[in-house]
Design a protein around this ligand. Structure first.
Ligand SMILES: CC(C)(COP(=O)(O)OP(=O)(O)OC[C@H]1O[C@@H](n2cnc3c(N)ncnc32)[C@H](O)[C@@H]1OP(=O)(O)O)[C@@H](O)C(=O)NCCC(=O)NCCS
Length: 292
C-alpha cells in the first residue's frame, strides 16, 4: 500500500481530516490553512501537491503537502501520529526516489515534533536536522486588544491592495490579485479571512491571511507581512493583533504561527502582539551527501 493523490474531488476529504486532527495540546502539524494558502496556485495545482496515505477500509492516516517540489509537510491522524509502522512506511516513501513522493537531490520533510518519522529518517537513513523554526501561539479565551490602526477585511475589491503589500513584504512578483481570487475560491477559505491595515494616509501597509480549523481548534496566520517601505512603525504587531481578533471571531481557541528562528523581526513582532514562543522545531533533510 502506498500514497495516492486526492484528485480535485478528494481535496475536501483532505481539508476535512486536517481540520479534525488539529487540536489544542498536540504538536503543531500541517493545518487546513496551509492548503488554503497553497490554493493561490489553483485547485488543480493543490490537488497535484497533496498526498494521502490510507489504511484499512480506506481511512486517511496521513496527509502530505508538497509545499514546493522539495518540501513535504505532513500531518497524521491522532491515533497513528506516533505509530512506528506507519512512520516506517513513510520513511521508505520519502527516501526512495522511485516511490515518487520526493525527487532526487536536496529535499526536506516537516512532521509533528513527536513523530517517530523524524528519528527514523535520522537514525536509519542519515537525514540531517535543518535550521530551527520557532512556533508561537496566543490563547484566545479573552478579547484581543484593538490594533490601533484601520484594518479592513479583504474582499474582491481589495485583492490588489493585499497582493501589493504581500509582494513588497516578501520581495516577490508572483502574488497578483488573481492569486488572491484563486485562494479565496479554495475550500479552506470558507474558514479563512484576509486583512489589510492602512496608514493615516490610506496607504495599505500590512497584510495577513488567517485560517480557522473550526471552533475550539487552533487557527493559523499564513502569511503575514508589512510593506518594505512602512516597517518599524508598529504595523506588524498591529496586523498580528487584528489577525488574532479575527480568529477569535471565527471561534478559534488559539492563534498559531511558525517562523524561522533566524527571522528575529518576525519573532519579535509576534511576541509584541502577545504571542508566546513554543519549543523550536526542525525539519529533516537529505541531499546527495547523506545517503546511507
Ligand atoms: C516581520 C515584519 C512583519 C515586522 O513588521 P514591522 O511593522 O516592522 O514590525 P513592528 O514595527 O510592528 O515591530 C514589532 C516588534 O518587532 C520588533 N522588530 C521589528 N523589526 C525588527 C528587526 N528587524 N529586528 C529586531 N526587532 C524587530 C520591534 O522592535 C517591535 O518590538 P517591540 O514592540 O518590543 O519594540 C516585517 O519585517 C516583514 O514584513 N518582514 C518580511 C515578511 C515576514 O518575515 N513575515 C513573517 C513571516 S512568518
Amino acid at each position: 500500500m502506498t500514497w495516492s493523490e486526492p484528485g480535485a474531488d478528494g481535496l475536501g476529504e483532505a481539508v476535512g481530516v486536517l481540520r479534525e486532527w488539529r487540536a489544542e495540546g498536540t504538536p503543531a502539524q500541517l493545518h487546513p490553512g496551509d492548503l488554503g494558502w497553497f490554493w493561490r496556485s489553483g485547485a488543480a495545482a493543490t490537488a497535484a501537491a497533496v498526498r494521502l496515505w490510507r489504511g484499512h477500509g480506506g481511512r486517511v492516516l496521513a496527509v502530505g503537502l508538497l509545499d514546493g517540489p522539495d518540501l513535504l509537510r505532513l500531518a497524521f491522524a491522532p491515533d497513528v501520529r506516533r505509530n512506528e509502522e506507519l512512520a516506517r512506511r513513510l520513511a521508505g516513501d520519502v527516501t526512495e526516489p522511485g516511490h515518487g513522493v520526493l525527487p532526487e537531490g536536496r529535499v526536506n520533510v516537516e512532521a509533528p515534533a513527536d513523530s517517530p518519522l523524524l528519528d527514523l529518517l535520522a537514525a536509519e537513513y542519515g537525514w540531517r536536522t535543518d535550521e530551527p523554526w520557532t512556533p508561537l501561539a496566543r490563547g484566545l479565551a479573552d478579547p484581543v486588544e484593538e490594533p490601533g490602526v484601520r484594518v479592513e477585511v479583504v474582499g474582491p475589491e481589495r485583492a490588489e491592495a493585499f497582493a501589493a503589500v504581500h509582494r513588497s513584504a516578501f520581495g516577490g512578483r508572483r502574488f497578483t490579485a488573481e492569486r488572491w481570487h484563486a485562494m479565496a475560491a479554495g475550500l479552506p477559505y470558507a474558514d479563512g479571512r484576509s486583512l489589510v491595515a492602512y496608514d493615516g494616509r490610506g496607504e495599505p501597509v500590512a497584510a495577513v491571511a488567517v485560517w480557522s480549523a473550526g471552533p475550539g481548534r487552533p487557527g493559523l496566520l499564513e502569511p503575514m507581512g508589512v510593506h518594505a517601505g512602512h516597517r518599524g512603525r508598529g504595523y506588524g504587531a498591529a496586523i498580528t493583533r487584528a489577525a488574532a481578533a479575527a480568529l477569535r471571531e471565527l471561534g478559534a481557541s488559539s492563534a498559531t504561527v511558525s517562523t524561522p528562528t533566524a527571522n528575529t523581526a518576525a519573532v519579535a513582532t509576534y511576541e509584541a502582539a502577545g504571542f508566546h514562543r513554543r519549543p523550536e522545531t526542525h525539519d529533516r533533510y537529505r541531499d546527495a551527501s547523506n545517503r546511507p
